[in-house]
Design a protein around this ligand. Structure first.
Ligand code: MG
Length: 272
């Protein structure tokens, strides 16, 4: 049976696992540093649909968890790759942040503005703080006219400091309803994110752990990918929809369990 002792690589979700709004969660920096000191691989796997891996890596570093862009698997960037793999470099109507357009352009796509939706061969929906009726009309008409339809993720909510914003999934459903079409989804729990995370960890899925606070995306997707799943559940009032391999109330508890697994004699202690 797999236990923490056999895990060679750790993939951490970001929102609700490593950070909440603008703050690191307790124990995040200490655990990541300890795993790295022990020579274990660490990556971050985020459904973020507002920013790509470069912005997320900079934010991690600023908050005290040093990270390079290549250590962050972002649904945002994989979406641009997915469009490319399926239909090549094409004119794309992006419903999302300026960062989404930049991410699409970086791999060769040509962003088109909503008023030129007839030119779009693909529509990509991310989280768009400026979403409005005109963008909904342009995106749904483009999809109904035959443009390929991609969603960064189907998350209902986007956590922010004082609660939540409507998530990417809420905007996707508006477009899907009007277009009468379902999107190709890239973010967790769909397999692409986990395949990319395991590939970057450089170990077999059974020796890789997925750590996250969302049962529906992190645990369901991690299990399907054959990874060891660790559910971070600070509020045990959420009923379990799927059984993780391990449930912890926060990263300090995971750190403690990891130290025990590494050193069953108990001579190690939690170091900051
Ligand atoms: Mg999360």
């Amino acid at each position: 049976m797999t236990s923490l002792r056999t895990i060679r690589g750790y993939a951490f979700d970001l929102d609700g696992t490593i950070w909440a709004g603008p703050h690191l969660l307790p124990g995040a920096a200490e655990l990541v540093a300890a795993l790295r000191r022990a020579g274990l691989a660490v990556v971050f796997a985020s459904n973020s649909s507002r920013h790509g891996s470069d912005v997320l890596a900079r934010e991690l570093t600023r908050l005290g968890v040093p990270a390079e862009a290549r250590e962050v698997v972002a649904a945002f960037d994989l979406t641009a790759d997915e469009v490319l793999a399926r239909i090549g470099p094409v004119p794309v109507l992006a419903i999302g942040t300026d960062d989404l357009e930049r991410s699409l352009a970086r791999v060769g796509h040509t962003p088109v503005p909503p008023e030129r939706w007839t030119e779009a061969r693909a529509v990509v929906v991310g989280n768009d703080p400026l979403f409005d009726f005109g963008r909904l009309r342009a995106a749904s008409r483009a999809v109904a006219a035959g443009a390929a339809f991609f969603a960064v993720n189907l998350d209902a909510r986007y956590p922010v400091a004082d609660g939540f914003d409507p998530g990417c999934g809420a905007l996707v459903e508006a477009v899907a309803t009007a277009a009468r079409s379902r999107p190709i989804v890239v973010g967790k729990p769909h397999p692409r994110m986990f395949e990319a995370a395991v590939a970057r960890l450089g170990c077999p899925p059974a020796q890789a752990a997925m750590i996250g606070d969302s049962q529906e995306s992190d645990i369901v997707g991690g299990k399907a990918a054959g990874m060891f799943t660790i559910w971070v559940a600070p509020h045990a009032d959420v009923p379990a929809v799927v059984q993780p391999d391990l449930a912890v109330d926060g990263l300090p508890e995971l750190h403690r369990l990891w130290l025990q697994a590494e050193d069953p004699s108990g001579s190690a202690s939690l170091s900051a």
